[in-house]
Design a binder for this molecule. Structure first.
Ligand code: BGC
Length: 250
C-alpha cells in the first residue's frame, strides 16, 4: 500500500491538512490551513475538503478528524459546528464531494491515537488524553486501546457542561488569566480523576503549547503532561486511521 495519506483536522476555527507518511507518522508536506466557513454547514465544509484535496493535488484516501461524536461515519452531536451536521453521514458526504475514500473519526480520538502510537510513552493502564481548544475533546485508552467517542467535555459539571466552564474559548471569552483558567481546568481534571483514576493525563490541542504558562496551578494528583505532537496530532492521527481502514477495505 502507498504509505501516504492526506490527513485533515476540522476544527471550529480552522481546517488543517497535510500529507502524512502513515508508516513513520511524519508529515510529508507543510500544513495547509483554511478558515472554517461560517456557518459551518455540511455543504460549505465539504467544499473546503475538496479545496484541500485540490491544494495537494491528492487522489488517494483521506482521513478526517471531526469535532463531534462520530459513529460509523455519522455525526451524532454538533457543539462547535453547525447543528445541521447531526445525523449527517460525514464519510458519505465527503467521499462523494471529493470523489475518493474519506474516513472520518472524532478529532480528539484521532489526536490521541497519534500521540499513543507514535510517541514513546508508557501506555500501560488508563491514559486520558484531553484536547484544549474551542471545546474540550477526550480520548480514553486502556493499555493502549481506545474507548472511542467518550465526549468527556460534555460531562455535567458545575451546574452546566464541562467545556462551557473550562474550555480555552471560555478563557478567551471571559478574558481569564492563565491562573484563573488553570484553576477551572484543574477542578475539571480532579473530577475526571475521581471518575476514572487514570494513570496519566495528556493535554493536547491548540493551547497545549502554553503548558508551561498554566500547569503550575494544577493540583490534581495524577501526573499531567503536555502532548508531544502538539497541533499536528489531529492531522497525523486522522491519516493513520484512514491508512488502516483503507488497507482493510482493499
Ligand atoms: C465535541 C467533541 C470534540 C471536542 C474538541 C467538543 O465540543 O463535542 O466531539 O472532540 O469539542 O473539538
Amino acid at each position: 500500500m502507498n504509505s501516504l495519506v492526506l490527513g485533515i483536522d476540522i476544527g471550529a476555527s480552522g481546517i488543517k491538512g497535510a500529507i502524512v507518511n502513515v508508516h513513520s507518522g511524519d508529515m510529508h508536506t507543510e500544513r495547509f490551513k483554511i478558515p472554517t466557513p461560517k456557518p459551518s454547514t455540511p455543504e460549505k465544509v465539504a467544499a473546503e475538503i475538496v479545496e484541500m484535496k485540490e491544494h495537494f493535488d491528492w487522489k488517494g484516501p483521506i482521513g478526517c478528524g471531526f469535532p463531534a461524536l462520530v459513529k460509523h461515519g455519522v455525526a451524532k452531536t454538533a457543539s462547535n459546528i453547525d447543528k445541521s451536521w447531526i445525523n449527517t453521514n460525514v464519510e458519505t458526504l465527503f467521499s462523494q464531494a471529493a470523489q475518493t475514500d474519506v474516513y472520518v473519526l472524532n478529532d480528539a480520538d484521532a489526536a490521541g491515537m497519534a500521540e499513543m502510537s507514535l510517541v514513546d510513552i508508557d501506555k500501560e493502564g488508563t491514559v486520558l488524553f484531553l484536547t484544549i481548544g474551542s471545546g474540550i475533546g477526550s480520548a480514553l485508552f486502556t493499555d493502549g486501546s481506545l474507548v472511542p467517542n467518550t465526549e468527556l467535555g460534555h460531562l455535567k459539571f458545575k451546574g452546566g457542561v464541562a467545556e462551557q466552564y473550562a474550555a480555552d474559548s471560555v478563557r478567551k471569552n471571559l478574558k481569564l488569566t492563565w491562573e484563573e483558567w488553570a484553576k477551572r481546568f484543574d477542578e475539571y481534571m480532579c473530577h475526571l480523576d475521581l471518575l476514572f483514576s487514570p494513570d496519566r493525563i495528556i493535554l493536547g490541542g491548540g493551547s497545549s503549547k502554553y503548558f508551561a504558562d498554566f500547569s503550575q496551578w494544577f493540583t490534581v494528583k495524577t501526573t499531567v503532561v503536555p502532548a508531544t505532537l502538539l497541533n499536528n496530532a489531529g492531522i497525523i492521527g486522522a491519516a493513520c486511521y484512514a491508512g488502516t481502514k483503507h488497507q482493510s477495505k482493499l
